[in-house]
Design a protein around this ligand. Structure first.
Ligand code: SF4
Length: 236
């Protein structure tokens, strides 16, 4: 149950990107706060910080961008943590923007509501870790794993062409066997999209859990053959 309402939910706004929404020009809205504590998180200021912008600030900006941008990326933090998200996205859709959501998938009821009311067009879903590593990677426990699985089950059954799955790999946290376990789960669920494996990029001024630089290299040769979907490696 979400009980999180903030008068100023947005930490920052990136006015223009061509990298974060496939095939679209977009802005990025960064929601403050998150229900996870991933050690490698590049956005500790956003996760721990206070929001600085309210809904009217966002809508005012977007009114001035109508006809100039194709889409809006909703990121964070974890935007589905914000109680009023469906209402805000409805206002954004009315202006004609496409919406992509980045999410850790732990609020399945919100994800379902957003898709079933056509309030998002595309979802990038973080598959943080296999169940035995989930707490180590995210700092949260079994209940959140179950919520994530509920989201993934829903998406695989109902929204195959509207989402992608991605995992960030730091070799201190995840091994090749963990990725093979995730792949097996995606195959079981009949996932049809692209599975993006993202190599951790070190951040000199610190991550949420002061993650050290990777020493061991991840070996893609140890990743099993997949059927039904593709794997794409980023920054390896
Ligand atoms: S990386 Fe983890 S802690 Fe950071 S915003 Fe994403 S889910 Fe939250």
């Amino acid at each position: 149950m979400i009980d999180h309402y903030l008068p100023r939910p947005v930490y920052a706004l990136t006015p223009f990107t061509m990298l974060d929404y496939p095939q679209k020009t977009a802005c990025i809205i960064w929601f403050a706060k998150c229900n996870m504590r991933c050690a490698y998180c590049h956005n500790p200021d956003i996760v721990d910080g206070q929001g600085k912008m309210g809904e009217n600030d966002i809508l005012g900006f977007l009114i001035r961008r109508q006809g100039l941008l194709d889409g809006v990326v909703i990121s964070g933090g974890e935007a589905t943590f914000y109680k009023n998200l469906p209402f805000l996205l409805r206002q954004i859709k009315k202006m004609g923007f496409s919406i992509k959501l980045d999410s850790n998938g732990t609020y399945p009821e919100v994800i379902k509501e957003l898709f079933e009311n056509q309030l998002i067009d595309y979802l990038a879903l973080d598959y943080k870790a296999s169940p035995c590593k989930f707490q180590k990677v995210t700092g949260v426990g079994r209940r959140m794993w179950d919520k994530f699985q509920e989201t993934l089950d829903y998406l695989c059954a109902n929204q195959q062409d509207k989402f992608e799955v991605r995992t960030t790999i730091h070799t201190e946290l995840l091994k090749e066997t963990d990725i093979n376990s995730i792949i097996a789960d995606l195959e079981t669920k009949n996932y049809k999209g692209v599975y993006y494996l993202q190599n951790y990029q070190h951040k000199e001024d610190g991550t949420l859990g002061d993650m050290i630089e990777q020493v061991k290299k991840f070996n893609p040769d140890l990743i099993q053959e997949v059927s039904g979907f593709e794997i794409e490696y980023r920054n390896f």
